[in-house]
Ligand binder design. Sequence first.
Ligand code: FAD
Length: 470
Amino acid sequence: MPTHLVWFRADLRVHDNIALAAACRAKDANVLALFMATPEQWRQHDMAPRQAALLRAYLNDLQHSLAGKGIPLIYKEVNDFAAQLQTVQEICKQHEVTHLFYNYQYEFNEQQRDRQLEKMLEGVVCEGFDDSVMLAPGSVMTGNHEMYKVFTPFKNAFIKRLKEALPECVAAPAVRGEAIKELPELTFDYPQQPFDEALFPADEKAAIAQLRQFCKQDAGYYDARRDFPAIEGTSRLSACLALGAISPRQCLHRLLAEQPQALEGGAGSVWLNELIWREFYRHLMTFHPGLCKHRPFIGWTDNVKWQSNDKQLKAWKSGQTGYPIVDAAMRQLNETGWMHNRLRMITASFLVKDLLIDWRIGERYFISQLIDGDLAANNGGWQWAASTGTDAAPYFRIFNPTTQGQKFDADGEFIRRWVPELNGIPAKAIHEPWAWADKQRVKLDYPRPIVDHKQARVATLAAYEAARKA
Ligand code: FAD
């Protein structure tokens, strides 16, 4: 009897999991599953303790779902990729594995590891799948067979491909044997921090339910609501997608079931665009492995003379910059592990363009806090904000933190939620509390701006200009 081993990575679900479905296709095969935690590596990358807690929740849920179908999950904690390879080799030997199934990861080191794996496992048939994307990297290319460098033409080509053939979802495997009882609680030696289960679904079933509800009730209004952080206008599915509790294909199909015009530019199409941004950054990473090493996409931006100012960096991290929208956003991140997309753009722009601090420092800080931390999306977002990446806003376009606040949190509802020190200030004045305090001759328990935006803008433009000419 053939033995099939499924190596789970960032795909912790049983529905629409291509590797799992492929392993279970042959009815006569003995199917085993494997997950290897690598806390040592997570430490090196500064993985957020809230993301670790969510990963653990998904892992235990996966163990239960597989056990219900009669599939045992082998669980190991190992140091690094070399140890992962050795462990797979040992398991293959011990269980006489004939076929190994796994879903690709697109980060550079992970790709290298998988190449090595395929060479190493003699006598075991290895099958990898493009599962964490709707369309495989390399399948959406320019007429010259190159990866797009700009989002909009990529998106147009992507939608054309979807219209030609929608990627299908695969069903969860059928029950293969007697349910396995008495499962151990799986955990690992890595700091974990509780997360709010009302905001971030803690298992696959809850993730699917949140997707269904969002597509039915909110996706049609996403365009009008997505930019206002005081409103729950976005799906909050990023953490489920990052760890693979749901797939992008499930998102696509659910969206089209509720919003049939989404592919034609109708209701729901703007949410689809966001899913395509996610794909864009994943595709890009496979063609530009330097991004995984945090190199800028635009080479000359490496010449920018970044400032080193620990006091200002600390103020940014802790939400004490004196700019209310920036501070409210950073406090939301620190306290929940998530930040609204508009605010990610504002806070990233502030660090890079107002404080002139290297975007890589911000990128790393976000990963250390985000429950949805994802190398491709985070790097893409930071390079976008720093104007060092593809499709970046030109470096001379600089967000003004005050007018951004006035535009996207006009009456200060979001600010008041996270910066209670400003509760007593009228809505009109809340974005410039220092000016209001001076006028009223009162002292606020809130810092004055740590930089003058106008001056900072001039200095940043000069620094980028000098780098471009260098
Ligand atoms: P929705 O608005 O409901 O969007 C649906 C899904 O599309 C998201 O769950 C996400 O998977 C994807 N998505 C949305 N916007 C983007 C985008 N701009 N780029 C790539 N994918 C997108 N997203 C992450 O998943 N992980 C990160 O580490 C991350 N870091 C970011 C850092 C910066 C500086 C910026 C500007 C953006 C970052 N994003 C990141 C993208 C985006 O902010 C989040 O995906 C989004 O806020 C998550 O909320 P949501 O699930 O409600 O998104």
